[in-house]
Structures are given as C-alpha cells and as structure tokens.
Design a protein around this ligand. Structure first.
Ligand code: URA
Length: 433
C-alpha cells in the first residue's frame, strides 16, 4: 500500500478500509511510516472525520499493536475510569485510592499531558522514584496486592497510542472525536478491565467547549465499550473552571494529598464521590449508590484513602516521604501573585487560557522531546460565583522561567469579573450509558 494515496483518500473525505487502517497503525508503530506522514493523516482525520466503522477499525488496530492484559485471575470485577482531559484534573490520584480502599480493583493505563491539559503520568512522575513503566507481570501484581496500579502505554501495551498521543500533542490534532475516542478506548481495552467509567468534559478548559460535542464523544466511546462487552458508562462534567485550585504537576499531587486528608476543594470532592460511587456499583461491590457515596466520603475522613495512596506510591517505587511530608516537593524559584484590577464577582474563567499559561510557565511540553518542570504551575484562588475585591489575589504563578510578565496579563484577562452576583458551577451534568 502507498501511504500518500491513503492520506489523499482521507483528505477527500472517503472511508478508509480495515486493511488500510491496519497497515497505517502497524507501519507507524514499527517506525516504517514516519511522523510527517502520520501528522498529515491525523490532520486529514481531524478535518474530515471518521465513520463509525473506521473508528471501530482504528480502535481495534491500536489494541492489536500490543498485548491485552489478562486480569481474569484477580478476584472481582476490575474497574477503570478515564478523563477526556481538563485543567487541574487530578481526579485519578484521588479517586483511584478511594475506590481501592473500598475493595475496588483499579487497573489503569493513563496518558501524559496533551495540548493544554495535564496528564496523570506526568503528575505521578513528579513524585521522585515513581515508576510508570511496570511490566505486565508487575502491573497485575500491583492490582492484585494494592487494588490500584497506574502505568503508561508501553511497547507491550497500546504502543500505537503512545506514539500517536505524543504526535497529536504537538501537531494540533487533539480535539477530534474519533482520535480521542480511540486513544482512550484502546488504552482501556488493553488493560483487560471489566468496567469503564468515562469522565467526558466540556467547557472552556476541555477539548470541546460545547456540551453536545462532549455528549457525542461520550456516546461514541460507550458504543465502542459495549461492542466489546464491557460495562461502559460516561459522566459529562463541567470544565468551565479548573478542577480544584491547583494546576501543574507537583502542585496537583499536593492538592490530591490534601484531598485524601479530607481537605479537598468542593468541586473535586463532588466529582470523585459521584464518579467513585458509579464505579463501585459497576464493580458490584455496592448495589446502593448512596451508601457507596457515604463510604467514599468516609474514606477521605478516616485516612483509609490516604493510606491506600501511600501503599500505591510505595508499590510503584515512589518515595513516600514526599507523600507524608509534601513540603519536600521542590519549589519553583519565582512565585508571582496575580491581583484583581477591579471589585466584583467572577462570572467565568477562560480555562484553556489558564491551562496554556501553566504550560508556558514550564508545566507542559511544546515539542515531543521537551522535559517538564514539575514545580511549575498555577494556584487559582477565585472561581465562578466568588466575590473579589480590587487588589485581591486571583491566582499565584509558580515558575523557574525569567520574563513571564506577559503571562500575568493573560491570566488577569482569563478571569471575567462582573458587577452582579454570579453562580457557582455544577460539576456533573449528565450520566450516559
Ligand atoms: N485522553 C486520552 O487518553 N487521549 C486523548 O486523545 C484525549 C484524552
């Protein structure tokens, strides 16, 4: 097969065959198709879309690029959740230990930062020693022993997504329903989990601003999961504000630790309690969702979720002294306060702007090979519905970069402040599946 002809076919909006999709994914995974051809194809897919059939072929080809983990000899139904990506989204770091502390078995394949959104793997790697590259045998052992393991795509597990994900991050090809759906579902289906909960975000900090696009994405993923006989559900959650207050890798780990100690921001706690209760019912550990919510809330108060997090970090080689004493995380050289220029109420936050500002401060990558500054990021002090005085703190920026004055102005402009009282935002709008 001739790669340029397949790219042209997609550019014209024609449907690719299973053989063509298999050929592309195999060739890209084993390095016979270069990045520049795959980038061009990805852009054509973004512009012309994919049919339901092509999406299913692509997902299967990505799963086939590696192995599928057999978790059947671990007792109970295995359950996983995956977010489509947001700003300040440290949900997995809190939700995983909470669900595992109540008997859930969470086997998770996560991603790195993508576009303006952060990634669970980068956050975990901000904990010194934390190993996201477990072998399949080590992964299974961690799920069996701790009830929670989080790793990245490897040469054994969904290697196609590992390469495509990194390429999409730097080629403007992230916000595309079939590419997001296949990236997420190929990861979920490679880990051999039985139940999948998708956290599909919409709003100014998500890949789709319009809730209807996010619902379409959710339905596409739920369909892929159900066709593979997995119990798949989706929540549609609001990303018109950063989740919690911290954005940036170690800043988010610290916020996750505070949340596991029972001191979390309300929106994050609402999300993890609601998502966790659905997962525990999917895993058939609870049949009453309200009882599951009560026990999840309790796990944040009685230390059991925090203890599970410590166990999880230790199992994957992380230095738990940082978890026991978060003041040990390295601090950025510069701390810059962003103050409000007027009095009023926060109506909106341009959340993508906050995510991008965090990347410029050092928390993300502009090129595939860039390294991340784990200490960089932003703490947001005001959210929609909050009152703010002139001169009051809107946000604090953390960076090791010089010359970041232009970011201060951008962050100020990301807060829309009005005279009339405004409302707090809901976290979850809908459940699908
Ligand atoms: N999360 C993923 O794993 N992949 C995407 O494409 C977007 C979010």
């Amino acid at each position: 097969m001739f790669v340029p002809s397949i790219i042209i076919k997609k550019k014209r909006g024609e449907e690719l065959s299973k053989e063509e999709i298999d050929f592309l994914i195999q060739g890209y995974t084993n390095n016979t198709i270069p990045d520049y051809q795959m980038s061009s194809l990805l852009m054509a897919i973004c512009l012309k879309g994919m049919s339901e059939k092509e999406t299913a072929y692509l997902c299967q080809a990505m799963i086939n690029s590696g192995e599928v983990v057999d978790l059947s000899n671990i007792e109970g139904l295995k359950v996983d959740k995956h977010s489509t990506g947001g700003v300040g989204d440290k949900t997995s770091l809190v939700l995983g230990p909470m669900v595992a502390s109540l008997g859930g078995k969470v086997a998770k394949l996560s991603g790195r930062g993508l576009g303006h959104t952060g990634g669970t793997l980068d956050k975990l790697e901000s904990i010194p020693g934390f190993n996201i590259n477990l072998s399949i045998a080590e992964f299974k052992e961690a799920v069996r022993k701790v009830g929670l393991a989080i790793i990245g795509q490897t040469s054994e597990l969904d290697p196609a997504d590992k390469k495509l994900y990194a390429l999409r991050d730097v080629t403007g090809t992230v916000d595309c329903i079939p590419l997001i759906a296949t990236s997420i579902m190929s990861k979920k289906l490679s880990t051999g989990t039985d139940c999948i909960l998708l956290d599909v975000k919409y709003g100014s900090g998500a890949f789709f601003e319009d809730i209807n696009d996010s619902i379409e994405l959710a339905k596409c993923m739920v369909k892929i999961g159900k066709n593979m006989n997995k119990d798949t559900k989706a929540i549609i959650s609001n990303m018109n504000q950063p989740l919690g207050n911290a954005i940036g890798n170690s800043l988010e780990v610290i916020e996750a630790i505070n949340t596991l100690h029972g001191n979390g921001p309300k929106d994050l706690v609402d999300l993890v309690v609601n998502a966790g209760s659905i997962m525990l019912v999917q895993a058939k550990i609870y049949d009453d969702i309200n009882k599951a919510k009560i026990d999840l809330e309790k796990s944040l108060k009685d230390g059991s979720a925090f203890n599970k997090f410590v166990e999880f970090v230790k199992q994957q080689g992380g230095d738990i002294s940082y978890i026991l004493d978060p003041s040990k995380f390295p601090k950025a050289k510069y701390t810059i306060e962003v103050l409000s220029k007027k009095e009023g109420y926060v109506e909106k936050i341009n959340t993508i702007g906050i995510g991008q500002a965090s990347l410029y401060l050092g928390a993300g990558r502009a090129k595939k090979e860039d390294s991340i500054d784990y200490s960089a990021g932003i703490i947001v002090n005001k959210k929609p519905g909050d009152h703010v005085n002139e001169g009051e703190l809107l946000a604090t920026l953390y960076t090791n970069k010089e010359d970041t004055n232009y970011i201060i102005d951008e962050v100020i402009n990301d807060f829309v402040i009005v005279n009339n009282k405004t409302n707090k935002l809901n976290v979850i709008d809908e459940v699908i599946g």
